[in-house]
Design a protein around this ligand. Structure first.
Ligand code: G16
Length: 561
């Protein structure tokens, strides 16, 4: 085989979003589209490195088009002289496992093939993202360089044969020989590497005896997590075989939307409601998101999940040993963890939406646990959010604090710390242009000096007085630099800051626009009250300010979490 140079021209719109480049499968299937993006990643990743000394990890959630994409990536790695790649067995490696493998094998980075929670199949989405040598998603500075490269690319290097270069179903070492060089390939079973890491974090004997007395239900939503759930929860920790549902990874996720929330994981919620289960959880397509449920389908918001885990971290051996350095949350995540931080005198850091913003805080030893309202929870054991870690963390906490249910634990937590009632309203698949206009309208309204001090009233008479409003800009906690100058969400704080509404456009969609409205209200007395009583009047006021219905034509959200 020979290295060849293929002439190409740039494609519009290869700008990575919140987490990599996500587009419809059909877009990625266009000739040269995937190749251009991969070459652009390598052009940035290989700068300052000797290619033959570089090791990259290649994995993903196994969705439709993964195998042809892996073929292209292998050939392009060879074409660019990369020395070694670690490829997921059958292309299946969860996003947290990729992070774990990069770190365990001291690789120089990784390419993850996933569109996460977006649907898959020929008419679904595909995605490619680049992770750095710390195991975490590339920061903005790197993704901006990759995007710049996509706009000027005129050729890419590959081999004159692309298919059949590796046997992806055979674990172990292989070599791709070509004229003038070779590419070492190792097909890896990431479940073992990931399991070894979890053993250093949790007390497996404690988890085994806890699970011997409990019934759990874990939904892998036909995504990448099936093999991990079966091996770790069932075989290693003794959960019943029937605890693991939808555990065979499918290229199209069985036609489902693999997003663990109350709408798309309604099946699990219903089973929890009618069944006799103590604990339930679901993961997304690539295994970094999680949803936690208690007996009867009791829903733990991701923000409360972060707060409860933060408050109980030292019950987990890893944190008992290493100490708790700090907590972090994305800006739209509720400030429940801030209440824990002030009680425990631990620092809490706020960052924009996107796990990549936690990376440098963890690298600098500032933060032990991070969480996002978008169903992401994780710690500094890796540099991605980690669905199964979150489940084991919850089971460890439940085993240690000895409460009779998840609900009791939450109620105790709220009465000790106070509660933020919280909800996120999503308006999915809107047209982009009216949403852009709406965001401009909101920005103009809330940054007008006369906005602060105004009082808005809901139809049931609740009053909201604006005391601050801004376009959220991020000041990097480590460098002190202001990154991006806004654009991460439009924030309105009411009633001395106890109440907050945020508008933001999603950065993970593959077409159109999704508007997210994040709503929260602090309450210290009636902590077991009804979420709707707090959230609905606030939503009405926020929606009136935004004129969302006039701009988008939407009368109601498509998803509420
Ligand atoms: C990705 C990022 C998360 C982020 C989420 C937000 O999640 O990894 O850190 O919170 O997107 O999505 P959006 O921009 O749509 O609000 P994932 O699981 O899709 O990789």
């Amino acid at each position: 085989m020979k290295v060849i140079t293929v002439n190409t021209s740039p494609f519009d719109g290869q700008k990575p979003g919140t987490s990599g480049l996500r587009k419809p499968v059909q877009t990625f299937m266009q000739p040269n589209y995937t190749e251009n993006f991969v070459q652009s990643i390598l052009d940035v990743a290989l700068v300052g490195r000797v290619s033959k000394d570089v090791t990259l990890v290649i994995g993903g959630d196994g969705r439709y088009f993964s195998k042809p994409a892996i073929d292209s990536i292998v050939a392009i790695c060879a074409g660019n002289g990369v020395g070694r790649i670690l490829v997921a067995h059958n292309g299946i490696m969860s996003t947290p496992a990729v992070s774990a493998v990069i770190r365990a094998r001291k690789a120089d980075g990784g390419i993850i093939l996933t569109a996460s929670h977006n649907p898959g199949g020929p008419n679904g989405d595909f995605g490619i993202k680049y992770n750095c040598d710390n195991g975490g998603p590339a920061p903005d500075q790197i993704t901006n360089q990759i995007f710049a490269r996509t706009k000027e690319l005129t050729s890419y290097k590959t081999l004159d044969q692309v298919t059949g270069l590796i046997k992806i179903d055979q674990i172990g070492e292989q070599v791709v020989q070509y004229e003038g060089g070779q590419l070492a390939v190792e097909i890896v079973d990431s479940v073992n590497i990931y399991l070894d890491l979890l053993r250093t974090i949790f007390d497996f004997a404690q988890l085994r005896s806890f699970l011997a007395t409990k019934k759990i239900l874990i939904d892998a939503m036909n995504g990448v997590m099936g093999p991990y759930v079966k091996r770790i929860l069932v075989q290693e920790l003794g959960a019943l075989e029937q605890s693991a549902i939808r555990c065979i990874p499918m290229e199209d996720f069985g036609g489902e939307h693999p997003d663990p929330n109350l709408t798309y994981a309604a099946d699990l919620v219903n089973k929890m409601k009618v069944g006799d289960y103590d604990f339930g959880a679901a993961f997304d397509g690539d295994g970094d998101r999680n949803m936690i449920l208690g007996r009867g389908g009791f829903f733990v918001t991701p923000s409360d999940s972060l707060a409860v885990l933060s408050d109980n971290l030292e019950t987990i051996p890893y944190f008992k040993k290493n100490g708790v350095k700090g907590y972090a949350r994305s800006m739209p995540t509720s400030r429940a963890v801030d209440l824990v931080a002030s009680q425990n005198k631990v620092n809490v850091y706020e960052t924009p939406t996107g796990w990549k913003y936690f990376g440098n805080l963890m690298d600098a030893g500032r933060v032990s646990i991070c969480g996002e309202e978008s169903f992401g929870t994780g710690s500094d054991h890796i540099r991605e959010k980690d669905g199964l870690w979150a489940v084991l963390a919850w089971l460890s906490v439940l085993a240690s604090v000895k409460v009779d249910s998840v609900e009791t634990l939450l109620k105790q937590h709220w009465s000790k710390n106070g509660r933020y009632f919280y909800a996120r309203y999503d308006y999915e698949n809107c047209e982009s242009e009216p949403c852009t206009r709406m965001m401009a309208h909101i920005k103009q309204t809330i940054t007008d000096p006369s906005f602060v001090g105004q009082t808005f009233k809901s139809s049931n008479g609740v009053e909201y007085r604006v005391n601050e409003a801004f376009d959220y800009a991020y000041t990097n906690h480590l460098t002190g630099e202001i990154e991006g100058g806004g654009g991460h969400g439009l924030v309105i704080l009411f009633n001395e800051g106890a109440t907050r509404a945020i508008f933001r456009l999603s950065g993970t969609g593959s077409s159109g626009a999704t508007v997210r409205l994040y709503l929260e209200q602090r309450e210290s007395k009636n902590v077991n009250g009804n979420v709707d009583d707090y959230i609905k009047p606030l939503a009405e006021v926020a929606l009136n300010i935004s004129k969302l219905t006039q701009f988008t034509g939407r009368q109601a959200p498509t998803v509420i979490t």
